[in-house]
Ligand binder design. Sequence first.
Ligand code: OAD
Length: 243
Amino acid sequence: MDAVECAAKWFQTSQKVAVITGAGISTESGIPDFRSGEGLYNEETEQGIPMEDVLSWSFFSEHPREFYRLFNEKLLFPDARPNTGHFFLKRLEDAGHDVTIITQNIDGLHQKAGSTRVLELHGNAGKIITEYGSEKSLDEAVRDEKEMRVDGEWARPAITLYGEALDRKVLQESVQAISEADILLVMGTSLNVYPAAGLIFEYNGNRSVLVNREGTPLSDGFACVFSRPIGEWVEEVQQYLDA
Ligand code: OAD
């Protein structure tokens, strides 16, 4: 049995599937990731500030105009559509598996693919949060160059910036789903950013699968590693699942 067939068998015989996704699952939808050759973190602002620093609470509070300009230009992809990778996870759910997707992505593409249990570790760029804590759609905000307001209240994008804590409830639910999972599938993440990367250590089984084009600092801990494009891998696994 080859490795892809083996992974497909694991899916067929696993009820609870926990999936951790990162930017690499959305590159095939035209959204750049962060740390690859064409990733966002290879860029800097006109003032020479690395993009990684732009996505921080301190940059946002000190330079809101520049933050919003880059947010609109680099982080919003309203026309992006889900790809083979996102639809694969939806199909697992349709096939009767109990699928929980824990994503670091802010693009909302898992939900657009129809997946129902999606835990967003870093928030969602299509949503905003008001100063009194209510969550609304970005479309409801009145926006100018350096500010968002909704019904007179100050608001901000509902994404987690460096220097901010992750939502505790989302983190707890993620830990629970991973610790109870029969299989752990990790797709398209460099496993560089914590606490997201550390979630893999919550998994208690021996069916851990990593699909990522490049190696990661934590690759050695996986039972099965596929260093290939997600779309290509999915098509192959799907053939075994459909057979
Ligand atoms: P990274 O850019 O760090 O990693 C994406 C990984 O996906 C890379 O290792 C690529 O090799 C791989 N990849 C890209 N396209 C792929 C494809 N089609 N098939 C297979 N693999 C592919 O992105 P994340 O790990 O998601 O946080 O980054 C984690 C966090 O860092 C992000 O959520 C963001 C960023 O700072 C915040 O903004 C809070």
